[in-house]
Design a protein around this ligand. Structure first.
Ligand code: GLC
Length: 531
């Protein structure tokens, strides 16, 4: 594990620790549970897992409300369990990154408890206090379904405190050098334990300034660069992955000159993949990719189809949002804030063809792909559960009681209709024709071809808007990708330069391209172009 640029062509996998595997029968998934499943992750072809927050927390936001940055919540195990998981993962050739929540703490964190106890507390300045709730009016509210203001009144000390998320998540004051230093120490603690890096949560909001929307401010970037240089100095080869739900031109500065984040999620391409599948046209995807600026050589995008949050529609126009809601969230309770609280497979009507096609797009776009746990088997959701819990239900390992997740009653209801009896890992892992095996094959071919780890993506004009055709090329390796987004068979014109015989990566057979090619509904092809 010596290649410092490992993340540039790696397959990531996001895990809700509580929902993945319960090793001790208390109904909660835990770190030892993940360790038990490393063989599984290795078989799928995962290079790096991202574990959601494991810190002690009152769980008002599923652990993104941290009460202690220096411990593991008992439900998940111990620091020793984490060390052991890291050791064993590395043995499997798998790295582990974890959430680093910089922007806010839980209101139960001792810093906030002290801060709100007295205006003269040495911790008062760890948070953002104000006599008025009229400051920073231009900052949007993120959890619009629950919060009406970014300010909450504190009765005891007679001031308002600032929070971008739930009121139970007060924002730290990054204008305070002590806060800046504290968070470097937090990073140091986990890096010393052996963690391979951080998915840095909600970074656009660290600093507030009057007259701005309080996102992406220069002072925020200054701090993030400090964090990066601290990591480069002491922990080279570890990474910072940026969660900035922004348009590509606003994410671009988070890469700096290759001296800020190693990676950044590409938020806007995600809903456009779903748009493309519904419209049977690729133009929205192409438009956002054209709008994506180049990034420094040592940086990489991270692409995804779903994650633990609602499918965010923040990076589309209001008209597009409305359309997406109508198409993908017909029942109002499927909607949450500015998004859709459903999982990948049900969004695509559990239609195997669409599910494979979406993955064909995911695995061939520039950037390193990340899979949300369970999506590799086409697991469903449970929209009876509140907030985003419906997409965080126990992993379906087999058809035994509790889906093989736990020996005891799980922390959460499962997907309804005993879906696990039909859709589970055991039923798919050894079947070459399962959805899991399709995803596994895509990962295998992706990893065998350097073309996918590069940054180039050239769209090919075939005269048919229903088929997304592009060339990926890197280090002398070239792959031509064709994705038929439509429910009907579609014919494309093949440009002269591609009218030869190519290797079809999935069949291992030669395919001779002539001037026209017809693709079946939702069919995809990955062709290796021989020089
Ligand atoms: C990020 C997380 C989300 C959390 C929020 C506040 O957006 O992905 O789950 O609620 O930050 O920490």
């Amino acid at each position: 594990m010596t290649n410092n640029l490992w993340y540039k062509n790696a397959v990531f996998y996001e895990i809700s620790v509580r929902a993945f595997k319960d090793s001790n029968g208390d109904g909660h998934g835990d770190l030892r549970g993940i360790a038990e499943k490393l063989d599984y992750l290795q078989a799928l072809g995962v290079d790096c897992i991202w574990i959601m927050p494991i810190y002690p927390s009152p769980l008002k936001d599923d652990g993104y409300d941290i009460a202690d940055y220096y411990a593991v919540d008992k439900a998940f195990g111990s620091l020793d369990d984490l060390k052991e998981l890291i050791r064993s993962a590395h043995e499997h050739g798998i790295r582990i990154v974890m959430d680093l929540v910089l922007n806010h703490t839980s209101d139960e964190h001792p810093w906030f408890q002290a801060s709100r106890s007295d205006r003269n507390s040495p911790y008062r300045d760890y948070y953002v206090w104000s006599d008025t709730d009229k400051k920073y009016k231009d900052a949007r509210i993120i959890f619009v379904d629950t919060e009406h203001s970014n300010w909450t009144w504190d009765e005891k000390t007679g001031q308002y405190y600032w929070h971008r998320f739930y009121a139970s998540q007060p924002d730290l004051n990054f204008d305070n050098p002590k806060v800046q230093e504290e968070m470097l120490q937090v990073a140091r603690f986990w890096l010393d334990l052996g963690i391979d890096g951080f998915r840095a949560d909600a970074v656009p909001y660290l600093i507030e300034r009057e007259g701005s929307n309080c996102e992406n401010l220069p002072e925020t970037h200054d701090y993030l660069k400090k964090l990066r240089s601290f990591m480069d100095q002491h922990y080279s080869g570890r990474i910072l992955l940026c969660e900035a739900n922004q348009y590509p031109e606003d994410v671009r500065p988070y890469f700096g000159d290759g001296d800020e984040f190693h990676m950044g999620f590409h938020f806007p391409i995600m809903p456009r993949i779903y748009m493309a599948l519904k419209k049977g046209r690729f133009e929205d995807m192409a438009e956002i990719m054209h709008r994506t600026p180049p990034i420094p050589e040592n940086c990489q995008w991270c692409t995804f189809l779903r994650n633990h949050d609602e499918l965010t529609l923040e990076m589309v126009t209001p008209e597009e949002r409305q359309w997406m809601w109508e198409q993908y969230a017909p029942e109002p309770r499927m909607r949450l804030n500015m998004g859709i609280r459903r999982r990948f497979a049900p969004l695509l009507d559990n239609d195997r063809r669409k599910m494979e096609l979406a993955n064909s797009i995911l695995f061939t776009l520039p950037g390193s792909p990340i899979i949300y746990y369970g999506d590799e088997i086409g697991m469903g959701d449970n929209i009876d559960l509140p907030d985003r819990n419906g997409v965080r239900t126990p992993m379906q390992w087999d058809n035994s009681p509790n889906a093989g997740f736990s020996k005891n009653t799980p922390f959460s209801d499962l997907v309804k209709g005993a879906e696990y009896e039909r859709i589970n890992v055991a039923g798919q892992i050894n079947k070459p024709d399962s959805f899991f095996s399709s995803v596994k094959r895509m990962i295998k071919y992706r990893k065998a071809h350097p073309a996918f780890g590069g940054s180039s993506m050239e769209w090919v004009d075939t005269g048919n808007q229903a088929v997304a055709v592009y060339v990926r090329e890197h280090d002398g390796d070239t792959v031509l990708i064709l994705n038929n987004l439509s429910a009907s068979a579609e014919t494309v014109n093949i440009p002269v330069k591609f009218q030869k015989s190519h290797l079809d990566l999935f069949t291992g057979q030669k395919l001779n391209l002539t001037d026209k090619l017809t693709l079946q509904p939702y069919a995809y092809l990955w062709l290796h172009i021989q020089k």
